[in-house]
Design a protein around this ligand. Sequence first.
Ligand SMILES: Cc1cc2nc3c(=O)[nH]c(=O)nc-3n(C[C@H](O)[C@H](O)[C@H](O)COP(=O)(O)OP(=O)(O)OC[C@H]3O[C@@H](n4cnc5c(N)ncnc54)[C@H](O)[C@@H]3O)c2cc1C
Length: 434
Amino acid sequence: MARDRAVDVLILGGGPAGSTAGAMLAAAGIETVIVEGEHFPRFHVGESLLPHTLPLFDRLGVHDAVRALPHTRRKDGASFVTHDGSKHVVYWFDEALPPAIPYAYQVRRDELDKALLDHARAAGADVLEGWHATTPTWDGRRLTGLVVRDPEGTEHLLRSRVFLDASGQSSFLASRMGWRFPYQKHRKVAAVSHFSGVWLPDGREAGNITIALTDGGWFWLIPFADDSVSVGAVLDVRKWRAHVGSESLFAAAVEATPEVGRRLACAERLIPFSAIQNFSYRVMQIGGDGFCMIGDAAGFLDPIFSTGVFIGTTTGASAAQDVIEALARRSRVEASDFGPTIALTRTLHRIFFSFIRAYYDPHFLAFFFNPSNRLQLQAAVVSLLAADVVRPGTWLRTSRYRLLLGLARLQRWGSRWGRHLVPPLDVAPAGTGR
Ligand SMILES: Cc1cc2nc3c(=O)[nH]c(=O)nc-3n(C[C@H](O)[C@H](O)[C@H](O)COP(=O)(O)OP(=O)(O)OC[C@H]3O[C@@H](n4cnc5c(N)ncnc54)[C@H](O)[C@@H]3O)c2cc1C
């Protein structure tokens, strides 16, 4: 062991969760070190943001910087199409339950993540890029620090009063402690690249994310300011296992999805394909004495509703607040101090994961593609799509969505006798594996 350093707060991961927490802690005058294995900018999936991320960007003071990034594009809503384009529905953010935040952004994550990490650095966080964490250290049940390797390969022990695990999908701590469990029934693989020449809708819809259903999965199309488009296929592993390699998987999925084929007819690929696997898992323990997990490190289900960056920044900010309050009381941070963040994380997972599962139910999809604003059901769905889930009154807003889940159950029950509340969706819907 070459060097030994003691810090107040150690954050692993400089993605949106880690840099949000780092900026808030450093701004509060707390000594903060962020360890990030890569050198930014670096490619990352997760390019479509949700409206209710923006108040936090305002609070951090980064909203103008995010808006001004070269590829940032305003999005006013989310568009959904069936595999052949026969059904098409747009949910506009300004139609959410009031007060609506009427827009969000599409962002290139190399740009966004660098801007957020630079902001944390400017706030006073010490950012160690190219440093890799290998092992957590413990004193009984208290996490006391990390063994990290610097870019030259020298090992260091970073001792900390508090550790925030923002290591994303690798779930550094949960993986090592045996707390990370894949969702066996939700095994997906994603193949993604960026393209030019993709057909985009006219007018206000041009900036929207488009989600296209396909057999055993779905596509996203996320347009950037220069009209280049991120296109990704999220596919059921069992259904698509015959296809080896992200390029062949992507090509086969496009062939099975005429609407995406039409939009990509004149497209040219700009970057190599990336494949992402095993991204659906739950984490049984997300906090303890001296540590808490934030963002993807605390669990992830599916990117269908673009909730990842919202959850990452929201839980990052919450954990920072827990630490600031705990350190103002005493020098240690106990598991109970992270109670608010743990409860918030569990609530966000419960709400969004139920919405995600519903999307894979053809009976729910029948309502989703036939929106009605009776009882403000459509507005309630838009509120969820906008991530309006942390303001007071969430229960009232999600109760309408729960009513929709009940209607989907009635539709399933009635379908046994050929009776339907709304016309069934006449396609092989996402995730059925048909
Ligand atoms: C296919 C797919 C599509 C998605 N699309 C969207 C979308 O459109 N919108 C959206 O909001 N979300 C989307 N997401 C989710 C989104 O990408 C994540 O939720 C988000 O990036 C989480 O941020 P984070 O800060 O928790 O983790 P990350 O952004 O992954 O950051 C973690 C960081 O930790 C670093 N790290 C990890 N381990 C170590 C180590 N041992 N040592 C040093 N550094 C380490 C990594 O280098 C990384 O930079 C998508 C996810 C997938 C899988």
